[in-house]
Design a protein around this ligand. Sequence first.
Ligand code: SAM
Length: 278
Amino acid sequence: MDVQAFAAGLDALFDGDPAQGRPVDPRFEEVAARVTGFTTPAELAVLHSAVGHLPDDEAYLEVGTYKGRSVCGALLDGTERRVVAVENFQEFGMAGAQARQELFDNVEALPSVAPDFRLVDGDCYRVLRDPDAVGSPVGVYFFDGAHTWLAHYLALGVVEHLLADEALVLVDDATWPVVRRATMAYVGRHRGWDVVRAFDAESDHDPRWANGLLLLRFRRPHGAARRIHPDVRAVLAVQRFVVGPAYAAAWKVVPKSELLVRLGKRFYGTRSHRVASR
Ligand SMILES: C[S@@+](CC[C@H](N)C(=O)[O-])C[C@H]1O[C@@H](n2cnc3c(N)ncnc32)[C@H](O)[C@@H]1O
């Protein structure tokens, strides 16, 4: 994926200043109105453009699809490229079968097709460890899963071995301090990564850029092996055996327990999950 060519076209996607988040193409507003979700029309315009820049042999990978708003925006004009969406239907008290059906209905309602679309129902930290998880080098990766420090550090760590030699990586909610810190910690500790652009939110759930979108480029250093780095393997073990199961248990109980709902609000209401006012 030629990330520079993609980045050069970004401003033209918007009517006026991109910070105002008004896509020229009105269809992204329609997708956001039709499909329940969290990504904004401006974010959808960026994802859609990214898919349009994918070379023939590279794939689009998304983690955190929910009911399909982001993937519907990305695939609005269809694509022959491979598309893989990973979602474990865990958050927001989702009833798995129902949410899955809703996601497929939304993708099927698109005016154009993506014949190589695949939904993987599972935990991204388990799924993406497999070198064959996608089957083609990932040219565009969008992460919109859980938003803890660990989740975001691993979001990059678990995918690096699947990325094409040059790839675009989009991190959602990146204006939140915890997300930015984890992402920049990973980028600072591993070779090949740099920041392309940040579309920052001005307030929480800003209708322009939600909680912010950070665009990264990965270029595999010459001669570097495709592998999960040792530090990531160690953190993955903590996620897999401690944090992941705790999270899963909490989400099962949250809709039923007023106490846990309050604790959840307190956790997500901390400054690390809030856009600082300017
Ligand atoms: C903010 S929502 C995604 C919103 C969606 N991209 C949109 O455009 O509306 C986050 C999603 O990530 C999923 N998720 C969280 N942790 C995950 C994990 N470890 N593996 C796979 N999916 C996960 C949740 O179930 C939830 O549906």
